[in-house]
Design a protein around this ligand. Structure first.
Ligand SMILES: [Cu+2]
Length: 714
């Protein structure tokens, strides 16, 4: 039966958030015996000589992040024609709002994390140095997520109240910023993921489970360092970018399991542009680009007008309900899903979500929100273009937890019209038809709203408004489902035009759909993907169970938790069925990076060039999740996701929520038919290795909604 105590009411915010960061005893390599790893600095290191030398070293002062910009500005770039080497330091500073500690990837004295621009076919080397200082007792590990108290203090060696985590700087005078309302393992370790890159998953390349850069004052035990680490807080990543790698916008961010959410939300992100012939063609036509990075942070750090009441939006609703269950091929409900213990909603809870948890920044500057939409122009970030100018806008959703639904609105003489988006690339891949020929995709966002999940990128061509007119970049309201967070409309940017040198006040007519700057490149690696029959079919399930249920049944927590909490959820991703027999019963065991267990999916190439698989990802919950897999792009074959006939090639895709149906209990709604997407993936020899796939709402990922996949050449 569905107990009323499991209902998310006031607790919508907690359901989506606190629950997520709580689940996993993170770093079992430190303490293989279990969840509590709050120990003092004791014991021999696997590499004790190194650790001793390291402990004797006086850590340098953390790199200081540049001040937060007060207005919109283009991001600085690091670029070069061939192989590119980019030394980055992870530093800390003040974010927007009050007492909002930030992280940043700093390159020399640039005013923001650099846009790394590298031409495909070259090698990108990122030498990362972690300058954060850990302020835990004896500079060892702070408490695990599981011991962060939401209620009464937890006894033991861990700090008994969360007040201790708010102290800035730390009691030893050193500074490791801990975001007060984000509960996480705060030991200052970090690593790096290049999102969307089709490169090696081996350590020293794009590997995220084993790779660790410790805090600069780390004096406790360490794992043996990788060959590309000259010190525990340094790691040099090498990315060999294939000559046929899709050209477009990518991004880098912190991916340390248990801290990815916090560190990404605190700003440990940046953009990467992989350049190719399209850039040269645009440059020849005088078309520049502007990289726009959206980040998010907890709304509690800014004083804004009261959160706006969510309202129903028929268009955005499509993303949660209509899409999934009107699809005739909707997969059946897996009989092993525990329908009695799924997270539920009150019937009065809106599908628009609960409290507004995050606010956003654009290229580091705060996006103001006001009680009424739209806000007055004076409160909107402003950018200037020249009359007649065309630009490629490269928009990255680099948030940890926030959806963006971009829309362009042109206002001339008091009349506003939504402009079609002329899209050149999605998730870094130029748009192309099923035969591999490039095209631009013209999308009317009033009819087909685009929903950028955390990590999605969109590249589109923008014409400057005529003199006296204003162009706005908005984010439409997003309906995440009744256990999600509220995502209201946001006005991200307004554009005004300065007069052109020739005095003209209107743009000269551009060729239809900007096809004059459409490169003739062919996406060779994806041409035969759609007409290749899949070798294996798999089904995966996103599930959320109420915390008391999973705690009592889970095998990953020893005994009852010290601090049981009711209104929270646990997050899971399970392979439920597979035509090669790898399907398993639905898991109530969250991802454990150090379990040493077999990968959840094993792909055997058996000497073939590639293996093609079809995956159905089901969402049994009452909120949007999304699916991301490392090292590759996949085809989104879901019929409803096709735009103008194109099945998008993505690295991250939204999975709509389950339908919401009344339960036998009055006043309680439960998940009905799961939402789903149908994906085609092609595994090739360059993917041989072990990597991960997960929900890219990073609180869910940290909370366990992640799995490991291994590609074998055998
Ligand atoms: Cu999720």
């Amino acid at each position: 039966m569905m107990g009323i105590d499991k209902v998310a009411g006031f607790g919508l915010f907690f359901v989506g958030f606190f629950a997520a960061t709580r689940a996993e005893p993170v770093d079992r390599f430190m303490d293989p015996l279990g969840a509590r790893i709050c120990f003092a600095n004791a014991g021999a290191s696997p590499d004790s000589a190194l650790a001793a030398g390291w402990a004797a070293r006086t850590p340098t002062t953390p790199v200081a992040c540049p001040p937060v910009p007060t207005g919109y500005g283009s991001l600085p770039s690091v670029t070069g024609p061939g192989d590119l080497s980019v030394p980055l330091a992870l530093g800390t500073g003040a974010g927007v709002g009050t007492n909002n500690p930030n992280l940043c990837f700093q390159y020399e004295s640039l005013p923001a994390a650099p846009v790394i621009r590298v031409v495909r076919g070259n090698t990108l080397t990122v030498g990362l140095t972690n300058t954060l200082l850990n302020t835990g007792t004896d500079n060892t590990e702070n408490c695990t997520i599981d011991n962060y108290p939401l209620g009464p203090p937890v006894s033991g060696t861990c700090p008994p109240t969360e007040e201790q985590y708010k102290a800035l700087p730390g009691p030893d005078g050193k500074f490791y910023p801990i975001q007060a309302d984000i509960r996480h393992l705060a030991d200052g370790t970090v690593n790096l993921h290049v999102h969307g890159f089709s490169v090696s998953a081996r350590p020293c390349h794009d590997e995220v489970v084993r790779s660790t850069l410790y805090a600069a004052n780390w004096a406790a035990r360490i794992k043996p360092l990788l060959p590309c680490q000259s010190a525990p807080n340094e790691l040099t990543y090498t990315y060999d970018i294939p000559a046929d790698h899709p050209e477009g916008l990518y991004w880098y961010h912190a991916h340390r399991h248990g801290q990815a959410f916090s560190e990404t939300m605190m700003g440990a992100t940046g953009a990467i542009v992989i350049e190719g012939e399209a850039d040269a063609l645009r440059a020849a036509h005088g078309v520049t680009d502007d990289v726009m990075v959206v980040r998010d942070f907890p709304a509690s750090y800014v004083t804004s007008t009261a959160p706006r009441m969510p309202f129903w939006d028929v268009v955005a609703q499509r993303y949660t309900h209509e899409r999934g269950h009107t699809e005739p091929a909707s997969p059946a409900v897996d009989p092993r899903i525990d329908r009695d213990n799924e997270l539920s909603c009150k019937t009065t809870d809106p599908d628009a979500g609960g409290e507004e948890f995050t606010h956003v920044t654009l290229n580091g500057a705060l996006v103001q929100e006001t009680a009424q939409f739209p806000p007055p122009d004076s409160q909107v970030l402003v950018k200037t273009m020249t009359v007649g100018e065309r630009q490629l806008w490269r928009l990255a959703n680099s948030t940890a937890e926030t959806y963006i639904s971009p829309q362009l609105v042109l206002s001339v003489n008091g009349t506003s019209t939504v402009q079609p988006l002329v899209i050149t690339a999605m998730d870094g891949v130029p748009v192309h038809d099923d035969n591999g020929n490039r095209r631009n995709l013209v999308v009317d966002t009033t009819k087909h709203p685009l929903l950028l999940a955390t990590a999605n990128r969109l590249e589109f061509l923008v014409h400057a408004p005529p003199a006296g007119g204003t162009l706005y970049l908005d984010s439409q309201q997003v309906i995440p489902g009744c256990t999600g967070d509220s995502m209201p409309e946001r006005r991200l940017l307004r554009v005004v035009s300065t007069q052109a040198k020739d005095g003209s006040t209107v743009a000269s007519a551009a060729p239809k759909n900007d096809e004059d700057i459409l490169a003739k490149g062919v996406e060779t690696q994806y041409v035969h993907m759609l007409d290749t029959a899949p070798d294996v079919r798999r089904v995966f399930a996103f599930t959320e169970y109420s915390h008391p249920f999973t705690v009592s049944k889970s095998i990953w927590i020893k005994g009852p938790p010290a601090n049981p909490r009711a209104n929270i959820a646990d997050f899971y991703l399970t392979q439920t069925r597979a035509s090669d027999g790898q399907g398993k019963p639905v898991s109530i065991r969250p991802f454990d990076p150090h379990s040493g267990a077999d990968p959840d999916v094993i792909i055997h190439l058996r000497g073939q060039k590639s293996v093609t698989e079809d995956w159905i990802i089901q969402n049994y919950t009452l909120q949007l999740h999304n699916f991301h897999i490392h090292q590759m792009h996949f085809r989104d074959m879901t019929p409803a996701d096709r735009i103008d006939g194109v099945a998008p090639l993505l690295d991250t895709v939204n999975v709509p929520a389950a339908t919401r149906v009344p339960s036998s209990e009055a006043g309680v709604d439960v998940p009905g038919v799961p939402g789903f997407v149908r994906l085609r993936l092609q595994f090739t020899r360059k993917m041989v290795g072990t990597f991960v796939f997960h929900c890219h709402l990073l609180a869910h990922e940290d909370g366990g909604m992640m799995k490991r996949i291994q590609v074998l050449a055998d």
